[in-house]
Design a protein around this ligand. Structure first.
Ligand SMILES: Cc1ncc(COP(=O)(O)O)c(C=O)c1O
Length: 385
């Protein structure tokens, strides 16, 4: 296993699958037309675009015409929140304290513009209580945005229950499904969803491609202008090769892989929890993404552990990719009720379909040894002993 590199950071991004890469290739070199052009090159691109739209729609039981392609999850989230807010002009938005930065930052911006935002608490496992959503609804509530699965601790929300409440009250529900797409059930009709953000690079597709599902009849103000692309909602030449790759990725991920990753996840969780003292699992014990393990180690810095594991070829994370260069405690872990010093001892390992049992065994052993090495030089741990 020496010289081996084991990638356990799939919540940050995933390798592009071979089938995805091969499906994309012709759209760089032979079928490179602009999908808006009227000639045969353009038609070829347009056909690929529309076929991809249908394939993506199928994965969430939506109509193809309800899918708008974007540059990724960040843009989809911004478009959903700002597009609905601009349409309504004023009002109240409900979200949670554990959302991704691409939800929280637009919310802050909307507050500056005069909108009001309620940030719901979560329980110690990261769950939003659907009853709290019902309790926070107001006459002027224009949108509820709750992420389907959390990118740090992997907690999966009961989005269908929240959907029943918002649909009954006639309030729009948006969910950020970037982490859950193809891993958890996503059915826009059954779960009463009005807007859904997804992206390609979390499911073995390319970076820089995403989509926003907008339920038919929901009106949204475009956030980029200058072309009639994507039903006049998102101006800009479509990334045809990326979109073809996204559709392929959506087709080849999920299914049996979910059970496989769950097996690896449980092996990893059990191996570390039973082999190391002073460690806890962050997030929900059951309502958890099939590929997420997030630990809190007493007496050590997660960042130091991450670097030592990296030297042994094991790539993990201490928080979300976007905040992992920041020394601020994770807003997600704080919302779960952890103390700032507890947040600093966190380590996230997120698995992919290409990981093996042997890699997980190696990672467990490396984590055990490096936690022990770091505790050997940790004054906090010594004091505790
Ligand atoms: C839950 C969640 N939402 C949104 C994003 C942003 O997506 P993208 O990297 O495609 O902009 C990410 C990725 O980090 C994510 O995990």
């Amino acid at each position: 296993m020496d010289n081996k590199r084991i990638y356990l950071d799939h919540a940050a991004t995933t390798p592009v699958a071979k089938e995805v890469f091969e499906a994309m290739l012709p759209y760089f070199s032979e079928r490179y037309g602009n999908a808006s052009s009227l000639h045969s090159f353009g038609q070829e691109a347009k056909d690929a675009l529309e076929e991809s739209r249908e394939r993506i729609a199928k994965r969430m039981n939506s109509g193809a015409e309800e899918i708008i392609f974007t540059s990724g999850g960040t843009e989809s989230n911004n478009l959903a929140l700002k597009g609905i807010a601009a349409r309504k002009g004023k009002g109240h938005i409900i979200t949670s304290k554990i959302e991704h930065a691409s939800i929280l930052a637009p919310c802050r911006e909307l507050v500056n513009q005069g909108f009001s935002v309620t940030y719901l608490d979560v329980d110690e496992y990261g769950l939003v209580d659907p009853g709290d959503v019902a309790g926070a609804l107001r006459e002027d509530t224009i949108l509820v945005s709750i992420g389907h699965a959390n990118n740090e601790v992997g907690t999966v929300q009961d989005i269908g229950e929240i959907g029943k409440i918002t649909r009954e009250k006639g309030v729009l529900l948006h969910t950020d499904a970037c982490q859950s797409f193809t891993k958890e059930e996503l059915d826009v009709k059954k779960q009463c969803l009005d807007l859904v953000s997804i992206n390609a690079h979390k499911i073995h597709g390319p970076k820089g491609v995403g989509a926003l599902y907008i339920r038919e009849g929901v009106k949204i103000i475009p956030q980029s202008q200058g072309g009639e692309h994507e039903k006049n909602i998102r101006a800009g030449t479509e990334n045809v090769a990326g979109i073809v790759g996204f559709a392929k990725a959506a087709e080849i991920t999920g299914g049996k892989q979910v059970g496989y990753m769950k097996g690896l996840r449980d092996q990893l969780i059990k191996g570390v929890l039973s082999g190391v003292e002073g460690v806890r699992l962050n997030g929900h014990p059951e309502k958890r993404l099939c590929n997420n393990a997030n630990y809190g180690f007493e007496g050590i810095e997660g960042e130091a552990l991450l670097l030592r594991l990296d030297m042994r070829g094991v790539a993990c994370s201490t928080g979300s990719a976007c905040s992992s260069r920041s020394l601020m405690p994770s807003h997600v872990l704080l919302a779960l009720g952890l103390k700032p010093e507890e947040c600093h001892g966190s380590l996230r390992a997120t698995l992919g379909m290409e990981n093996t049992k042997e890699e997980i065994d190696y990672a467990i052993q490396a984590i055990k040894e490096e936690v022990s090495n770091l505790r050997g030089i940790s004054p906090f741990w010594k004091r505790k002993q």
